[in-house]
Design a protein around this ligand. Sequence first.
Ligand code: PMV
Length: 335
Amino acid sequence: MKKSITVSAPGKLMLLGEHAVVYGRPCIVTAVNQRMKATVELTDEPVFELNAPDVQVLDYKKPMSELGQGDIPKGAKFVEIAVKNFFSTPEVKKMRLHLGGVAVATASEFSSKFGFGSSSASTVCVVKALFELFKDDLAYKQGLRVDLKKSIFEIALKTVLDIQGKGSGFDVAVAVYGGTLYFVTGGKVIELLHIDSLPLIVGYSGIKADTVTLINQVLEKDQDVVGDIYTNIGKLVEQAKPALLSKDWSSLGKLMNEDQKLLENLGVSIKKLDDMILAAQNAGAYGAKLSGAGGGDCMIALAPDDKTQAVKDGITAAGGQVIEIETNAEGVKAE
Ligand code: PMV
């Protein structure tokens, strides 16, 4: 049996549909070419070990029998619960595949501050790695032809929900499948949109946002009003899908601007993001909006080639940091 493997999964950017996608509506998300990497090793001692220097977790250790118990450092939660959930999955549990330990080391190409989905990407990496390490045993002993990606998605989504309590799973799906996805809550629909890379510019606001805080903030508002906003966001996403597939950037940009207005009505945008978005729009972008939960993190702008530099300059002048990315990156894979 192979004892160690390194896998990587992409970060993500939400194109349209955030917040509404938590409540049954669709969204569109793209994978970015900055990746999270995890090396997972099966060890003899029944001890879980984690090194995740990007999130200040060094030489973290605990018995495998205590996974998920006690105080878990923030930076260790997703990986630890992912390992626990993998071994608690019925098909894996039945096999009692491994009585030793698991040592994980993660390293990210992007800052966990950007909101590119480092937690979900590391969760996906760990589950994929464990499936790869045990794949032969699982398939051979059970005669299974598992849909590996679906199994990874399900265990990783359960992990994120166990920790956060809330979320649509869009970030997990794109870390698994890659590309650009049309996605409905919980993975009811996961459709790969066959498109080329998008002319997308990303600006980081310098402010770290917390997804669950933002979701809860919206829950304090009048839910009739919020429901109408979600319905309208859902409609924009439905219109954005054909615009994206036919590379109608001008229409897609307008839909992004409309989505931004709805997100402002939802109360999740902030002045810094508004300034960066306005600067991008004024500099000739087809459209611009926040990406993700809001409250900080990143904004995105779709811009014609001849306006790219002006849009980047506008974002910088508004106090943002331009992050160079390519969209449509590959999903989780062994390195
Ligand atoms: O904060 P992010 O980048 O993880 O995006 C959150 C998007 C939400 O729709 C608010 C939550 C979700 O899980 O879909």
